[in-house]
Design a protein around this ligand. Structure first.
Ligand SMILES: NC(=O)c1ccc[n+]([C@@H]2O[C@H](COP(=O)([O-])OP(=O)(O)OC[C@H]3O[C@@H](n4cnc5c(N)ncnc54)[C@H](OP(=O)(O)O)[C@@H]3O)[C@@H](O)[C@H]2O)c1
Length: 368
């Protein structure tokens, strides 16, 4: 992996439209003039209408353009912007889900040691026949293995279950370290305060494993700004490639996103549809349904498209083939609709769906 460098700032702007053919160009100009005539638009706002070109069929006959297909990590590796998430995808169904996703065009799977399904995910990847190097595979280091001497064995276990020789991305799953023994013996949580307050030894070991060729990129998950800066204020050989955090309509975290853009930190949106607890409610929201209807999309496609347009990687989970296919068909939303969703999302009290602080017996909130 090359020396860590700044991640290019994610941006809100659309990718360039496809080449516009001469006939389409004439049609667009006529449509613009008709718009000015019919709706009394001034010339400047008529020009803005061209941002809808992909939706008007003005771009090579395509109805929608797909927003950015990937981001570039500090290593130079490309990370696909949409992944299949496999948390709570149980045994017996996760393999089919992975196969369906790969057949639908996904090339990014977000897994973790703690999900307990790496073996079936590995089998499915192998059976798909798609070359290993064409798939971006993420796993995560569980809390009970943060001690430098425990990390490699846990990574090896993930690699062996996934049946691969390297991970594209390995994340510190949570910024909370558990003592290994009581957790292994009786699932008893005893926080390792020193490693939680100072995750630098964990990070140094991960850097070593990058140099050993077992991991291509390393990152963090569930780190708030304080915890992220606490780690990155150390002399790092490799900066975190991503921070995977909860981002959804219910919990859009605009401050965290603004900070990430400013610092060039790529965020990954987990529970992007609201997770199993909130997905139904999210997809029923009148504003989402209206935008979906106006653009001929499904509510899930609107939400997933909005995430990518915010400049983050998005990790929707499903075990149903039709939904897996649906979730991959995303578009560049017109700016107006994007702004509408963004404003609605950030102008209400946030609601987090994943917060194990109490369950782990902590007397503080991990995210505060
Ligand atoms: N780093 C972390 O700590 C962390 C925490 C949470 C999640 N994650 C990652 O993020 C991924 C996604 O998060 P998540 O699983 O919490 O939630 P999510 O992707 O927001 O939502 C998953 C739920 O939405 C349903 N669903 C998916 N597509 C749908 C569609 N098109 N229409 C209707 N319902 C749909 C799924 O049901 P079906 O499966 O039945 O279709 C499931 O109940 C996880 O799988 C995991 O990889 C990471």
């Amino acid at each position: 992996m090359s020396k860590a460098e700044e991640h290019p700032l994610p941006s809100y702007t659309h990718p360039p439209s496809p080449q516009v053919t001469k006939r389409n160009k004439r049609f667009c100009v006529l449509a613009m003039l008709a718009g000015m005539f019919l709706f009394g638009l001034n010339f400047r706002s008529a020009l803005r209408v061209t941002s809808l070109k992909p939706y008007m069929g003005c771009g090579k006959g395509r109805l929608h353009t797909r927003p950015r297909p990937h981001y570039t990590l500090p290593s130079g590796d490309k990370i696909p912007s949409v992944a299949l998430g496999v948390w709570q995808a149980s045994k017996g169904e996760v393999g089919q889900a992975v196969k369906a996703a790969l057949a639908a065009g996904y090339r990014h799977i977000d897994d973790a040691w703690a999900y307990g399904n790496e073996k079936e995910v590995g089998d499915a990847i192998k059976e798909s026949g798609i070359p290993r190097e064409d798939i971006f595979i993420t796993s995560k280091l569980w809390n009970s293995f943060h001690a430098p001497e425990d990390i490699e064995a846990s990574l090896d276990e993930s690699l062996s279950r996934l049946q691969i020789s390297y991970l594209d991305l390995y994340l510190i799953h949570w910024p909370i370290a558990f003592k290994k023994e009581p957790y292994e013996k009786e699932r008893k949580i005893v926080v390792d305060v020193a490693l939680t307050e100072n995750p630098y030894p964990t990070w140094k070991k991960l850097e070593e494993l990058v140099d050993k060729g077992k991991i291509r990129n390393i990152g963090v998950s569930n780190f708030n700004v304080w915890r992220y800066e606490n780690l990155t204020s150390n002399p790092l050989k490799y900066r975190p490639a991503v921070n995977q955090v909860e981002l959804s309509f219910g919990n859009p975290q605009p401050e965290l996103l603004a900070w990430a853009k400013l610092k060039g930190v790529l965020l990954e949106a987990y529970s992007p549809l609201g997770s199993s607890r909130q997905v139904k409610e999210t997809l029923e929201l009148p504003i989402i349904k209206k935008v979906a209807k106006d653009l001929g999309l499904t509510p899930a496609q609107v939400i997933i498209s909005w995430h990518v347009q915010r400049g983050v990687v998005v990790l929707p989970k499903s075990v149903h083939e039709n939904r897996i296919q649906e979730n991959f068909k995303i578009v560049a939303l017109p700016q107006e609709q994007f702004n509408l969703i963004e404003r609605a999302a950030v102008s209400k009290p946030p609601q987090r769906v994943v917060n194990p602080s109490k369950g782990w017996g902590l007397d503080y909130d991990i995210f505060a």
